[in-house]
Design a protein around this ligand. Sequence first.
Ligand SMILES: O=C(O)CCC(=O)C(=O)O
Ligand SMILES: [Fe+2]
Length: 289
Amino acid sequence: MTLNLQDIPRVKTLDKDTFLRDYFKPQKPVVIERQIEHWPAYTKWNLDYMKTVAGHINIPLYDDRPVHFKDGFNEPHATMKMSDYIDLLKREPTRYRIFLWNALKEIPELQKDFTYPDFGLRLLKEIPMLFFGGQDSYTFMHYDIDLANIFHFHFEGTKQIILFDQKQNDYLYKIPHSLITREDIDFANPDFKKWPLLAKAKGFKTELNHGEILYMPEGYWHYMQYITPGFSMSLRTIARNPKNLGRAIYNLMVMRHFDNAMRRLKGQPWIDWKNEQAVVRAHKKHGIV
Ligand SMILES: O=C(O)CCC(=O)C(=O)O
Ligand SMILES: [Fe+2]
């Protein structure tokens, strides 16, 4: 048995009217294969270039350890000099990832290498975030705290991607008061005996290569596995759907602070309880005991 995943549609390029009509309005994902070939970044951006421009910077790293109560919400697990990290990526498989790194703040010259594409949406220019990963590393299944529309540009190597929309939440073992699913689900090869509801989830998949853009609609769950070392940049525009915008504000103003406070107050039992509830609530709702 495998997950029920359909291939994300692919187009060569997209003008804004077609994008808005066919993908943004209906909130459907798409891969745009050849939109950024004129960007200097398309030819320049690879791991060696990043080592040249950012090698001296200390960067925060994440691995795949489960959430621990002593860690704050989305707190990094280690730091390393960027040049050492890129050497590591090129040398051997590693689980260390860079997640949500606001690189332009530290290396403004990267801005010269790309432009903000016109898809008819106002992209937030202050926060182009970068993500790096080594062979075999993965970013756990999650959706972003602001339920934004995300344009994810990939550079060097190949990344395997699985997406689900918010209608699938009942089947994904979402952890309460968080934005993640149970961390012991291996979405690359799930155990359906242990996680029977996953069989009902309907999602999307694709393999993203150098220079391709993935459009992820509002609040889409994403799981990303680095098949080879590489990196990506995400640009975003805020959620338009009032319900999603409301949830974004709630997550940012209430949820993450509540969760942090409960970690401090109750410690690891809070994390354990949430993990348990993810299963209890989902199975109860669907009559599984
Ligand atoms: O590429 C990754 O590792 C994660 C990307 C991601 O979570 C995002 O773009 O929101
Ligand atoms: Fe994300």
